[in-house]
Each structure stands twice: as structure tokens, then as C-alpha cells.
Design a binder for this molecule. Structure first.
Ligand SMILES: [Zn+2]
Length: 287
């Protein structure tokens, strides 16, 4: 289980240090793996397993200065290349997934073409929402780039959830968007280092997205997704379930100190774990 720092940003430096060490280790291990592959190719007597499900990323050409800056962020440190190599190292897909960065529409997953789309305007919206409604947020917004990358990683994991549903033909007992929300929150909290920190950023994004909806229209209630405010509470509930001993601040500030709700969150998380773990056995790449 990953280290959880709550709302505090005190562990950001530690997080960056650990990621840097991981990156260095990856480079060393990657070099070794490459050497093994070359040896295998030369001697052809070693079974080399390659994952069928690589991520193939395409970056669309930015159309203005804002998109140019967003592309720079997305391709930079801890950006899409790091996220994709991390996801490839964690989850075994049956088929390749195409990721179109800078697509016109999305973010979403097109099941027929195995394409995940992340538009530039979606990345821009993260900054706009926090800029407009950030006063309502509970997190430190001094590093908005980090928050934006957290939100995009959470989104990628959600879209990966759709890809897993399709590729592994998982049974669907409820609205897919809600199933995938629960699955991606679980993957984030159970298997991702600092996943809870990412989850808090994502929950706060849902929170500031909600701020625009001063009045509800009927189609808000029959839309594919749960309402943003529900998705925010669901993320926080999953964090309480994953970190029951370290979540008093969430129970107090988000769930108004409601201990029954905290108990429900813990029980729900355990049920999700029990339901998904056998199904995820072929998916999770264990060390
Ligand atoms: Zn979705």
C-alpha cells in the first residue's frame, strides 16, 4: 500500500525524490532488459514474452500558444510518457490501446477502435476550473501543473478501466461509467504509489467542476456519469476505504464526522476488493 499524505503537501519533495530514484532504476533495469532482448534475438533459444497491449501515443499538433504550452506539460516530466510507461508496467492488456492526445473530443474511450482521447481543451479546463472555483478547494494550488497531471492520470486510469472492461469482457451489472469509476479508483488506491494524492486532486477537480452547476437540468440526472459532486464523494469514500486508519480528516471535513458513512466506505472498499481481485489476476503485472 502506498504512502498517504492526506491534504498535506509536505511529502511532495519525498514523492519527487522517490520518483527520480524509480526513474533511474527504470533506466538501469530497462537497459538490462534491452540487453536480454538483444541476446535472445541473437541466440533465439530464450522465450521472450512481449505484452500484446502496448500503448501507442499520438500527439496532435497544437493549434495555438495555449495548446503548445499544454503539450509541453503533457510531454514533460511525470507527463504522458511517464504515465504510459507506468501503466504498461502495471497492467497487462490483451490488445494495443491508442492514446490520442489533443483530440477534438473527449476524454473518452472508443471501444470499436481501442482509442483513448484526451483533448487539449480538457487539460485547459482543469486550470480554468481551479482558477475560477479554487477557493472552494481544500488542496494547495501552488503547483497547478502537478494537480493537472494528477487529474489527467486519474482520467487515463478511468479510460483504461473501459479498455479492461472491453478486452477482458467483464460482466456488467450496473452502469458502465459507475463500474469503471469504482474500478479505476480501486486500481489507483490499491496499486499506485501516491495514488491517494492523485485521488484527492481528482476528487477536488470533480468538486470544482460541480461549482458551475448552480441549477440542474433534467438531463444531468439521466446522463451516463453520476453527477460530479457524487463522483467527488465516491473518490473520497474510496480513500477512506483504502486508508481507514488515516482518513479522520476526510471523515471530518467531507463526511461531516459521520462514522456510519466511514464504516460503509470501508465495507464497500473491501467488497470491491473481493469482487475485483480474482478478475484482475491476469491483468495486474506483479513484481
Ligand atoms: Zn468513462
Amino acid at each position: 500500500m502506498a504512502l498517504y499524505c492526506g491534504f498535506s503537501t509536505a511529502c511532495k519533495k519525498l514523492k519527487k525524490l522517490i520518483r527520480t530514484i524509480q526513474r533511474l532504476l527504470q533506466q538501469v533495469i530497462g537497459t538490462t532488459a534491452a540487453a536480454v532482448l538483444v541476446m535472445a534475438a541473437l541466440f533465439s533459444n530464450t522465450d521472450v514474452h512481449a505484452d500484446a497491449g502496448d500503448w501507442i501515443v499520438k500527439y496532435e499538433t497544437p493549434e495555438n500558444d495555449e495548446e503548445e504550452a499544454l503539450l509541453e506539460l503533457l510531454q514533460g516530466e511525470y507527463g504522458i510518457p511517464d504515465m504510459v510507461s507506468y501503466l504498461e508496467s502495471q497492467y497487462r492488456l490483451k490488445k494495443p490501446v491508442y492514446l490520442q492526445v489533443g483530440a477534438d473530443e473527449g476524454p473518452h474511450y472508443e471501444v470499436d477502435n481501442e482509442i483513448i482521447t484526451i483533448p487539449y481543451h480538457y487539460a485547459a479546463e482543469i486550470y480554468e476550473r481551479f482558477d475560477k472555483y479554487g477557493d472552494e478547494s481544500r488542496i494547495d494550488m501552488s503547483d497547478m501543473d502537478e494537480i493537472a497531471l494528477d487529474v489527467i492520470f486519474h482520467t487515463l486510469l478511468h479510460e483504461l478501466g473501459h479498455a479492461l472492461m472491453a478486452q477482458y469482457n467483464y460482466p456488467l451489472f450496473f452502469e458502465e461509467e459507475d463500474v469503471v469509476d469504482a474500478l479505476s479508483n480501486y486500481l489507483l488506491l490499491e496499486y499506485t504509489e501516491f495514488g491517494a494524492q492523485v485521488a484527492v486532486s481528482a476528487a477536488e477537480m470533480f468538486w470544482v467542476e460541480q461549482e458551475d452547476l448552480s441549477t440542474y437540468e433534467a438531463d444531468d440526472f439521466w446522463g451516463e456519469h453520476s453527477l460530479e459532486i457524487q463522483r467527488a464523494y465516491d473518490v473520497y469514500c474510496a480513500i477512506v476505504g483504502a486508508y481507514p486508519d488515516d482518513s479522520d480528516h476526510i471523515v471530518d471535513s467531507i463526511f461531516e464526522g459521520d462514522e456510519d458513512k466511514a464504516y460503509d466506505c470501508i465495507e464497500n472498499y473491501e467488497r470491491i476488493r473481493a469482487a475485483w481481485e480474482p478478475l484482475l489476476e491476469p491483468v495486474i503485472i506483479r513484481d
